[in-house]
Design a binder for this molecule. Sequence first.
Ligand SMILES: C[S@@+](CC[C@H](N)C(=O)[O-])C[C@H]1O[C@@H](n2cnc3c(N)ncnc32)[C@H](O)[C@@H]1O
Length: 248
Amino acid sequence: MNAARRDDPTAETDRTGPDPTRIRAMFAKVAPGYDRANDVLSVRIHHRWRRTLVRMSGAAAGQRVLDCASGTGDLAIAFAHAVGPDGAVVATDFCREMLEPTPGKAARAGVAVPCSVADVTALPFGDDHFDHASIAFGIRNVADVPGALAEMARVTRPGGSVLVLEFGQMRTPVLRGAYRCYARHVLPRLGGWLTGQPGAYRYLESSSAAFPCGDAFARIFAAVPGITDVDVRPRMGGIAYVYRGVVG
Ligand SMILES: C[S@@+](CC[C@H](N)C(=O)[O-])C[C@H]1O[C@@H](n2cnc3c(N)ncnc32)[C@H](O)[C@@H]1O
């Protein structure tokens, strides 16, 4: 097996999606350099995309939010500012190492974000517990995508929203070609240099290029039990998409 195949959590498996054990192990190794790599590789644009998601959610002061596959907590912290001191945001992820920086980052940002280790496909919360549930750059890594979205809808009250931020493919062919060139050749080198894990950034490119986006993902989302309306917003011509599903 060559290095690229060995590093790829989708390689050598007959699963329908990525292997959770390999995904967790990959993120545990990436965790120490994850934030620095994010900021460099996206020139901090990911923070703008997170703010778009928070605006689309309509999150208001005093509300409760669950951020799934929360990683180092950037989206959870953005939500904590939106819901204010009377609200509550919980960050969950199945990789403890990824969650570790979150409490310190939240404290430095002047908010509190409690964390717990949990798989998005089996959330340890009761029905209708939250006003909003979100997942940023996580759903692409989940083996059972409809199952994860259904769990997020289950823990969200009727009238609340399930929010997804995920990479996609650019819609204009010329730009798509140029971006793929960057993603294939620059991302793994730069991401590898910043984190010591080039395989994780090869996987980022291959999984993003293959993941359904725009209307294709919206159809999957709309078919999830409990989800009614789905709204889709491409960012930067389709490099990323924000999706909002209303819980019925
Ligand atoms: C690319 S990171 C995104 C982290 C963070 N949401 C962000 O926007 O920076 C993907 C995260 O998804 C988590 N993840 C993948 N599959 C998961 C699952 N089934 N349940 C919970 N977390 C999962 C990984 O551990 C990792 O922290």
